[in-house]
Design a protein around this ligand. Structure first.
Ligand code: URA
Length: 210
Protein backbone atom coordinates (compact mmCIF):
# COMPACT_ATOMS: atom_id res chain seq x y z
CA UNK A 1 0.00 0.00 0.00
CA UNK A 2 1.24 3.49 -0.81
CA UNK A 3 1.95 6.03 1.89
CA UNK A 4 0.05 9.29 2.16
CA UNK A 5 3.22 11.10 1.10
CA UNK A 6 3.50 9.00 -2.05
CA UNK A 7 -0.13 9.66 -2.91
CA UNK A 8 0.39 13.39 -2.30
CA UNK A 9 3.39 13.39 -4.61
CA UNK A 10 1.37 11.73 -7.36
CA UNK A 11 -1.55 14.09 -6.84
CA UNK A 12 0.75 17.11 -7.13
CA UNK A 13 0.89 16.64 -10.91
CA UNK A 14 -2.76 15.65 -11.34
CA UNK A 15 -4.36 16.48 -14.69
CA UNK A 16 -7.66 14.68 -14.18
CA UNK A 17 -9.86 17.75 -14.62
CA UNK A 18 -9.99 21.33 -15.91
CA UNK A 19 -9.13 22.80 -12.49
CA UNK A 20 -5.48 22.02 -13.24
CA UNK A 21 -5.52 25.01 -15.61
CA UNK A 22 -6.13 27.65 -12.96
CA UNK A 23 -4.25 26.36 -9.97
CA UNK A 24 -0.99 27.56 -8.48
CA UNK A 25 -0.59 24.13 -6.91
CA UNK A 26 -2.53 21.10 -5.76
CA UNK A 27 -3.69 21.45 -2.15
CA UNK A 28 -3.61 17.85 -1.04
CA UNK A 29 -4.17 18.02 2.71
CA UNK A 30 -2.40 18.65 5.99
CA UNK A 31 -2.12 17.20 9.47
CA UNK A 32 -1.57 13.97 11.32
CA UNK A 33 -1.53 10.97 8.95
CA UNK A 34 -2.80 8.81 11.86
CA UNK A 35 -5.49 11.23 12.97
CA UNK A 36 -8.66 9.96 14.64
CA UNK A 37 -10.53 12.97 13.29
CA UNK A 38 -10.44 14.08 9.67
CA UNK A 39 -12.10 17.27 8.42
CA UNK A 40 -13.28 17.50 4.83
CA UNK A 41 -13.99 20.92 3.30
CA UNK A 42 -15.07 21.89 -0.18
CA UNK A 43 -12.02 23.09 -2.07
CA UNK A 44 -9.07 25.48 -1.82
CA UNK A 45 -9.66 29.21 -2.00
CA UNK A 46 -7.25 32.00 -2.93
CA UNK A 47 -4.93 31.69 0.08
CA UNK A 48 -4.94 27.90 0.10
CA UNK A 49 -4.01 27.84 -3.59
CA UNK A 50 -1.09 30.21 -2.92
CA UNK A 51 0.16 28.47 0.23
CA UNK A 52 -0.58 24.88 -0.73
CA UNK A 53 -2.39 24.16 2.54
CA UNK A 54 -6.13 23.75 3.25
CA UNK A 55 -7.98 26.22 5.45
CA UNK A 56 -5.35 28.92 5.90
CA UNK A 57 -7.62 31.87 5.04
CA UNK A 58 -10.45 33.40 7.07
CA UNK A 59 -12.46 30.17 7.20
CA UNK A 60 -9.31 28.43 8.38
CA UNK A 61 -8.88 30.93 11.22
CA UNK A 62 -12.37 30.07 12.41
CA UNK A 63 -11.68 26.35 12.05
CA UNK A 64 -8.49 26.74 14.13
CA UNK A 65 -10.41 28.60 16.78
CA UNK A 66 -13.14 25.96 16.97
CA UNK A 67 -10.50 23.24 17.21
CA UNK A 68 -8.86 25.17 20.05
CA UNK A 69 -12.17 25.37 21.89
CA UNK A 70 -12.29 21.57 22.06
CA UNK A 71 -8.61 21.20 22.96
CA UNK A 72 -7.35 20.18 19.53
CA UNK A 73 -4.78 21.71 17.20
CA UNK A 74 -4.38 21.39 13.45
CA UNK A 75 -1.55 18.92 13.89
CA UNK A 76 -3.80 16.58 15.92
CA UNK A 77 -6.28 16.15 13.08
CA UNK A 78 -6.12 15.80 9.31
CA UNK A 79 -7.66 18.43 7.05
CA UNK A 80 -8.52 17.89 3.39
CA UNK A 81 -11.02 18.93 0.76
CA UNK A 82 -13.41 17.38 -1.73
CA UNK A 83 -11.51 18.99 -4.61
CA UNK A 84 -7.79 19.61 -4.38
CA UNK A 85 -7.46 22.51 -6.81
CA UNK A 86 -9.00 25.95 -6.53
CA UNK A 87 -12.11 26.45 -8.64
CA UNK A 88 -11.77 29.77 -10.52
CA UNK A 89 -13.16 32.71 -8.59
CA UNK A 90 -14.05 30.31 -5.75
CA UNK A 91 -17.05 29.01 -7.66
CA UNK A 92 -18.64 25.74 -6.57
CA UNK A 93 -16.88 22.64 -7.85
CA UNK A 94 -18.75 21.06 -10.77
CA UNK A 95 -20.01 17.47 -10.66
CA UNK A 96 -17.41 16.20 -13.15
CA UNK A 97 -14.61 17.91 -11.22
CA UNK A 98 -15.80 16.25 -8.00
CA UNK A 99 -16.01 12.92 -9.76
CA UNK A 100 -12.50 13.27 -11.17
CA UNK A 101 -10.95 14.40 -7.88
CA UNK A 102 -12.60 12.35 -5.17
CA UNK A 103 -10.58 9.16 -5.75
CA UNK A 104 -7.78 11.15 -4.05
CA UNK A 105 -10.03 11.81 -1.05
CA UNK A 106 -11.16 8.19 -0.88
CA UNK A 107 -7.52 7.11 -0.89
CA UNK A 108 -6.67 9.65 1.82
CA UNK A 109 -9.45 8.32 4.04
CA UNK A 110 -8.43 4.71 3.51
CA UNK A 111 -4.80 5.50 4.44
CA UNK A 112 -5.55 7.74 7.41
CA UNK A 113 -8.37 5.53 8.71
CA UNK A 114 -9.96 8.25 10.84
CA UNK A 115 -12.61 7.10 13.31
CA UNK A 116 -14.54 10.33 12.77
CA UNK A 117 -15.00 12.19 9.49
CA UNK A 118 -16.28 15.72 9.99
CA UNK A 119 -17.82 17.04 6.78
CA UNK A 120 -17.84 20.82 6.50
CA UNK A 121 -20.79 22.07 4.48
CA UNK A 122 -22.99 20.65 1.75
CA UNK A 123 -20.40 19.47 -0.76
CA UNK A 124 -18.38 17.32 1.62
CA UNK A 125 -21.48 16.01 3.36
CA UNK A 126 -23.20 15.07 0.11
CA UNK A 127 -20.14 13.35 -1.26
CA UNK A 128 -19.47 11.31 1.87
CA UNK A 129 -23.07 10.38 2.64
CA UNK A 130 -23.84 9.91 -1.05
CA UNK A 131 -27.15 11.75 -0.70
CA UNK A 132 -28.46 15.15 -1.68
CA UNK A 133 -28.86 16.18 1.94
CA UNK A 134 -29.03 19.72 3.22
CA UNK A 135 -26.42 20.52 5.84
CA UNK A 136 -28.89 22.34 8.06
CA UNK A 137 -30.97 19.14 8.32
CA UNK A 138 -28.17 16.70 9.07
CA UNK A 139 -25.71 18.76 11.10
CA UNK A 140 -25.18 17.94 14.73
CA UNK A 141 -25.83 14.22 14.21
CA UNK A 142 -23.60 11.21 13.79
CA UNK A 143 -24.01 8.70 10.96
CA UNK A 144 -22.45 5.26 10.57
CA UNK A 145 -20.37 5.13 7.42
CA UNK A 146 -18.08 2.28 6.41
CA UNK A 147 -17.13 1.47 9.99
CA UNK A 148 -16.55 5.13 10.79
CA UNK A 149 -18.62 7.97 12.10
CA UNK A 150 -19.58 10.87 9.89
CA UNK A 151 -20.38 14.08 11.68
CA UNK A 152 -21.63 16.85 9.40
CA UNK A 153 -21.46 20.50 10.37
CA UNK A 154 -21.58 23.91 8.75
CA UNK A 155 -18.74 25.13 6.59
CA UNK A 156 -16.91 27.86 8.57
CA UNK A 157 -17.18 30.18 5.54
CA UNK A 158 -20.97 29.90 5.76
CA UNK A 159 -20.80 31.29 9.30
CA UNK A 160 -18.50 34.11 8.21
CA UNK A 161 -20.77 35.03 5.29
CA UNK A 162 -23.89 34.52 7.37
CA UNK A 163 -24.66 36.15 10.66
CA UNK A 164 -21.20 35.79 12.22
CA UNK A 165 -20.77 35.10 15.90
CA UNK A 166 -24.17 36.32 16.97
CA UNK A 167 -25.93 33.91 14.64
CA UNK A 168 -27.76 30.75 15.55
CA UNK A 169 -25.55 28.91 13.07
CA UNK A 170 -22.44 29.88 15.01
CA UNK A 171 -24.00 28.54 18.19
CA UNK A 172 -24.81 25.31 16.35
CA UNK A 173 -21.24 25.11 15.02
CA UNK A 174 -20.05 25.31 18.62
CA UNK A 175 -22.45 22.56 19.63
CA UNK A 176 -21.22 20.40 16.76
CA UNK A 177 -17.60 20.85 17.82
CA UNK A 178 -18.57 19.84 21.35
CA UNK A 179 -20.09 16.72 19.76
CA UNK A 180 -16.80 16.05 17.95
CA UNK A 181 -15.05 16.20 21.32
CA UNK A 182 -17.47 13.86 23.08
CA UNK A 183 -17.53 11.42 20.16
CA UNK A 184 -13.73 11.36 20.15
CA UNK A 185 -13.66 10.71 23.90
CA UNK A 186 -16.12 7.84 23.45
CA UNK A 187 -13.95 6.45 20.67
CA UNK A 188 -10.82 6.66 22.83
CA UNK A 189 -12.57 4.95 25.75
CA UNK A 190 -13.94 2.25 23.44
CA UNK A 191 -10.50 1.66 21.99
CA UNK A 192 -9.31 0.77 25.52
CA UNK A 193 -12.21 -1.48 26.46
CA UNK A 194 -13.32 -2.99 23.15
CA UNK A 195 -10.56 -2.53 20.59
CA UNK A 196 -11.59 -3.01 17.00
CA UNK A 197 -15.30 -2.60 17.59
CA UNK A 198 -16.92 0.26 15.72
CA UNK A 199 -18.28 3.04 17.89
CA UNK A 200 -21.44 3.52 15.94
CA UNK A 201 -23.16 0.49 14.55
CA UNK A 202 -26.11 1.22 12.36
CA UNK A 203 -27.79 0.72 9.09
CA UNK A 204 -26.34 2.99 6.47
CA UNK A 205 -29.58 2.66 4.53
CA UNK A 206 -31.24 4.71 7.23
CA UNK A 207 -29.61 7.61 5.46
CA UNK A 208 -32.52 7.29 3.01
CA UNK A 209 -34.48 9.10 5.69
CA UNK A 210 -32.92 12.32 4.59
N1 URA B 1 -12.75 26.41 2.14
C1 URA B 1 -12.65 25.08 1.92
O1 URA B 1 -13.64 24.39 1.72
N2 URA B 1 -11.44 24.54 1.95
C2 URA B 1 -10.34 25.23 2.18
O2 URA B 1 -9.27 24.64 2.17
C3 URA B 1 -10.47 26.62 2.41
C4 URA B 1 -11.69 27.19 2.39
Amino acid sequence: MRTLQEVAREASTCTRCRLQGGRTQVVFGVGNPDADVMFVGEGPGFHEDKQGEPFVGAAGQLLNRMLGEIGLARQDVYIGNVVKCRPPGNRDPLPDEIEACTPWLVEQISLIQPAIVVTLGNFATRFILGKQVSISRVRGQTFPWRGRIVLPTFHPAAILHGGGESSRQFQQLREDFALIRSTLEEHEARRETAPGEPLLVGDEEQLELF
